[in-house]
Design a protein around this ligand. Structure first.
Ligand SMILES: Cc1cc2nc3c(=O)[nH]c(=O)nc-3n(C[C@H](O)[C@H](O)[C@H](O)COP(=O)(O)O)c2cc1C
Length: 515
């Protein structure tokens, strides 16, 4: 049994004082923390003890440490705010914890977490200080990296915000500059914002506009059932409203023709369900177009009269000139007649177009045997191109109401296009058939074909394909007229084509016309 020696540091161990001291020193040297003891009763509080770990942490040998004040570890780095706190606690004899920048013997910086406790004598005077030191460089560096990263991130956020703000201002300035009125609408068609152009054009204030329903604006100018239906479709289907025309007597600006286009704002997040409505004043443009149409109409009428006279005189001259007179003269007359006929056709096309534009086309609907009409048209047209083969296939066995003159014009136009844009040696195929309640006619050639881009425009007025423009003359109104004629018959005309391989133009017309 081990006895408890009175006054022993380690009771019940049975060790004598020297043995106890050795055991405790071993314990102090076994810890990874540095331990120092300073003697406060001596001048400048010198170190009187340090353990092995303190040597390890600082890189100094014990003989270089004992007898010095611990500040030697600070080198010249003496302006550390934590030192003030430390001095204060040492002077008032209180325990404390500080973090100091210290330097190893080889000059390397390390962060020293120092715990300091005073040891007092019986009278309450401070005899010793015990310091426990930990090298916390790794943690400190990690903290510093974190702080740096946080700062870098904050800088980046600030920069990005600044960039976004600039982008926003940039976009806003574009929106304010465009010569088009723009309105942003909520899903229930409430005006969220408008650009200055809108306010300027409609001579209204932002207060009169923002927060109100689109249909309440002005004197209900946009309150059209048809527009309402179209706008209701924009968000669920993402289908835009395209070129919707509104003619209206606007409160402050008078009678105007406006073109409306509405798109879903294709953004995720905050602006997801918004509609952008663009309003363009096309009053002037439309008036210009109408003036141009009027001019074309008048010009073609005026040209037609003298041309008819010229044609008449050519015919008279042809009969007067006997076949046995100068063959050069006969030839010149024949060429003149051909040119006059070409001019006549061009003017007729312009007149047709002018009539379509003014809506003054009158249809002469009569019942016709469709197959017979097609056969006869091909036959007659074939005479004008004797060296080309036009093959007809199929039949409809249908009699239907149609305007003969107009329909023949369409068939002839499609045939002459097919001949014009294909090789002299290739044949043109016509197919007719009945499809449901419609008759269908297709004209197929193996000619130059039409590119994808151009397909959308072939029925547009004055459209001329880029690659045929030079080679083939024309005004680009033939197909426009055909399309309008077929539309007037409640049918549709379309094209299928592969560039370089040929085209098929087809139309359908309902069998039971109710015109
Ligand atoms: C027990 C004890 C241990 C100390 N350990 C360190 C230390 O590891 N590193 C250090 O920079 N200062 C340490 N100090 C603090 C300095 O010795 C000194 O008190 C401090 O630099 C402030 O005093 P000064 O202004 O006289 O330098 C310790 C002080 C005591 C009493």
């Amino acid at each position: 049994m081990i006895e408890n020696t009175p006054g022993s540091l380690l009771p019940f161990t049975g060790l004598n004082t020297m043995e106890e001291l050795s055991l405790l020193t071993t314990a102090l040297n076994s810890t990874t923390a540095g331990i120092t003891i300073t003697d406060n009763t001596q001048p400048d509080n010198p170190i009187i003890f340090c353990n092995d770990s303190f040597e390890m942490i600082t890189g100094y040998k014990r003989q270089e440490i004992i007898g010095r004040n611990c500040r030697f570890l600070q080198g010249t780095d003496r302006a550390q705010p934590e030192l003030d706190k430390l001095r204060e606690h040492i002077n008032s004899g209180k325990a404390c914890r500080v973090e100091l920048r210290n330097y190893k013997k080889d000059g390397h910086l390390f962060y020293n977490e120092l715990y300091l406790s005073p040891v007092k004598d019986a009278k309450g005077n401070i005899r010793f200080f015990i310091g426990i030191q930990n090298d916390v460089t790794a943690r400190k560096n990690a903290e510093e990296t974190l702080v740096n990263e946080r700062e870098a991130m904050a800088r980046e956020v600030a920069e990005t915000t600044q960039r976004l703000r600039e982008n926003e201002q940039y976009l806003a300035s574009i929106i304010e500059t465009v010569r088009e009125s723009l309105i942003v609408l909520s899903p229930d068609l409430i005006v969220l914002s408008v650009n200055h152009h809108f306010l300027r054009v409609f001579q209204v204030t932002l207060e009169e506009t923002k927060g109100r329903s689109l249909f309440e604006l002005g004197n209900g100018q946009w309150n059209s059932e048809q527009l309402r239906v179209l706008l209701d479709q924009v968000l669920p289907t993402s289908n835009p409203v395209l070129d919707f025309e509104v003619e209206h007597d606007f409160p402050t600006i008078g009678k105007k023709l406006m073109l409306l286009n509405a798109y879903r704002v294709e953004l995720e997040g905050k602006y997801k369900d918004r509609i952008l409505l663009a309003i363009e004043d096309i009053t002037e443009r439309r008036a210009m177009e109408m003036r141009k149409d009027d001019f074309l109409s008048i010009a073609s009428h005026e040209l037609k009269t003298p041309l008819t006279t010229i044609k008449g005189y050519i015919q008279v001259a042809s009969t007067l000139v006997k076949a046995d007179t100068n063959p050069r003269l006969v030839n010149i007359l024949a060429k003149t007649e051909k040119s006059a006929e070409r001019l006549n056709n061009l003017i007729s096309e312009l007149l047709d177009m002018a009539r379509i534009q003014s809506g003054s086309v009158k249809l002469l609907m009569e019942e016709y045997d469709f197959d017979l009409l097609v056969r006869e048209t091909i036959f007659e047209f074939g005479d004008t191109v004797p060296d080309r083969i036009i093959k007809l296939e199929g039949s409809t066995d249908v009699k239907l109401l149609l305007d003969e003159g107009h329909l023949v014009q369409v068939i002839v136009n499609l045939l002459s296009n097919a001949i014009k844009y294909s090789d002299n040696s290739s044949e043109v195929n016509v197919y007719i058939g009945r499809v449901g309640d419609y008759v269908k006619l297709s004209v197929t050639d193996k000619g130059v074909g039409i590119s994808e881009d151009e397909k959308k425009h072939v029925f547009d007025r004055f459209f001329r394909s880029q690659h045929i423009q030079m080679k083939y003359p024309g005004m680009g109104i033939g197909l426009y007229i055909c399309d309008q004629i077929i539309k007037n018959h409640n049918g549709s005309l379309w094209v299928e084509s592969t560039h370089g391989e040929g085209s098929t133009f087809s139309f359908t017309i309902p069998v039971n016309q109710s015109l």
